[in-house]
Design a protein around this ligand. Structure first.
Ligand SMILES: Nc1nc2c(ncn2[C@@H]2O[C@H](COP(=O)(O)OP(=O)(O)OP(=O)(O)O)[C@@H](O)[C@H]2O)c(=O)[nH]1
Length: 382
């Protein structure tokens, strides 16, 4: 494997082992349920489910770089843990991790306040355990939340599937799907749509599932997909992902199907790049960053595949998979990337980096591609 590292800065202020250090700028625990005015208007993702189903582990592994084995020592959550990840990630929302024993009938449980500003509710079911109780809790939770806010996306993570055989996974998913929808139909709630994912913190499935949950909350998704489609088709690229570098969630990809291996390969590339940058790229005075405007990496694999990573914004990277032959037209790819990057900056208004809010959705009038020109493989501008 030939790693061509073209990051003159190759600098970093993170310096931990693994990709980003665990303390990389995420929010702090708020001990009570009172909201500050700045966090109140951020969209929320709720993590709910029975005790020990794996909610805190998911949040720690995806957003805090905790290694899966360390989750064995996590203590039970006994109050709502609010995690504001907007300062360090493209993903501008809060994640609320609920304790397993939350009681909807407790008068202090303010369902109006909790469900009103919620974008997605993730219900975690432990697939290695008897899930009947979890299903009735799912039904209660969904019907409560739907009453308050019918716009919530309901996402069911059938979790800890690492302990299940492939056949058992499919069967469990089918059974849970059937029972959950039957319960909704019995309560005349067939309008409620549940999405199901098989997840585990021991592989990339949890990142993939989270990516899909987050994508549904990004209003500009069709525009991003469109831009990626145009970029890859004019550059001879096979697959491209737009990654949130810190969480390794992909916020958009082109419209060709995603296969898990390609996604894993791109995630691994991000880890390699950030690790190398942290180890060899830090300035001694600590004035630099492991991921910055200069970040660019090209990895040639021994099967004629090339991986290409380039900074798009402070939090986003484009990671592409292409054939070696296509990479001969490197200039074309770079030119098209430049157009792509410009368009992405037009889709989102880039906030002033000093205020911490790196991205704000642009007004709808600016989320078009007016004036965007790509070079085509035949050399003409299109
Ligand atoms: N095998 C396996 N174990 C997991 C997975 N995710 C979490 N666990 C384990 O499940 C146990 C409970 O995880 P927690 O994250 O504390 O569960 P929780 O839902 O937050 O629990 P409460 O705070 O009590 O509501 C831990 O020992 C984790 O290591 C997974 O994907 N696979």
């Amino acid at each position: 494997m030939n790693i061509q590292y073209e990051d003159p800065a190759l600098t970093g202020s993170y310096g931990g082992e693994g990709s980003f250090p665990k303390s990389f700028g995420y929010g702090v625990e708020e001990p009570d349920m009172e909201e500050s005015s700045s966090s109140a208007d951020k969209p929320r993702i709720l993590l709910m489910g029975l005790r020990r189903s794996g909610k805190s582990s998911i949040q720690k592994v995806v957003f805090h770089k905790m290694s899966p084995n360390e989750t064995l020592f996590l203590e039970s959550t006994n109050k709502i843990y609010k995690d504001d990840i907007s300062g360090s990630s493209f993903v501008n929302f809060q994640i609320w991790d609920f304790p397993g024993q939350v009681d909807f009938f407790d008068p202090t449980f303010d369902s109006e306040m909790i469900f009103k500003g919620t974008g997605a509710l993730i219900f975690v079911i432990d697939a290695q355990d008897d899930y009947m109780e979890a299903l009735s809790r799912l039904h209660l939770t969904v019907s409560r939340a739907y009453k308050v806010n019918p716009d919530i996306n309901f996402e069911v993570f059938i979790h800890k599937v690492d302990g299940l055989s492939d056949d058992h996974k499919i069967e469990t998913q089918r059974d849970i799907h059937q029972r959950a929808n039957d319960d909704l139909a019995d309560a005349s709630l067939e309008k409620v749509h549940l999405s199901f994912y098989l997840t585990s913190i021991y592989d990339h499935s949890i990142f993939e599932a989270f990516s899909k949950v987050v994508q549904k909350l990004i209003p500009q998704l069709p525009t991003l997909e469109n831009l990626l489609n145009i970029f890859i088709s004019h550059s001879g690229i096979e697959k491209a992902f737009l990654f949130d570098v810190v969480s390794k969630i992909y916020i958009a990809t082109d419209s060709s199907p995603v296969d898990m291996q390609s996604y894993e390969l791109c995630c691994d590339m991000i880890d390699v790049v950030i690790d190398v940058s942290c180890i060899y790229g830090l300035m001694e005075d600590g004035s630099s960053c492991a991921y910055d405007k200069e970040s660019l990496a090209i990895i040639k694999l021994n099967n004629t595949t090339v991986l290409y990573l380039k900074e798009v914004t402070k939090f986003l990277a484009l990671v592409c998979i292409l054939r070696e032959e296509s990479f001969e037209r490197k200039g074309l790819i770079e030119y098209n990337f430049h157009c792509f990057r410009k368009a992405i900056h037009e889709v989102f208004e880039v906030g002033n980096s000093t205020d911490g809010a790196a991205w704000r959705p642009a007004s709808s009038s600016s989320s078009n591609q007016t004036g965007l020109k790509y070079a085509a493989l035949n050399g003409n501008a299109v």
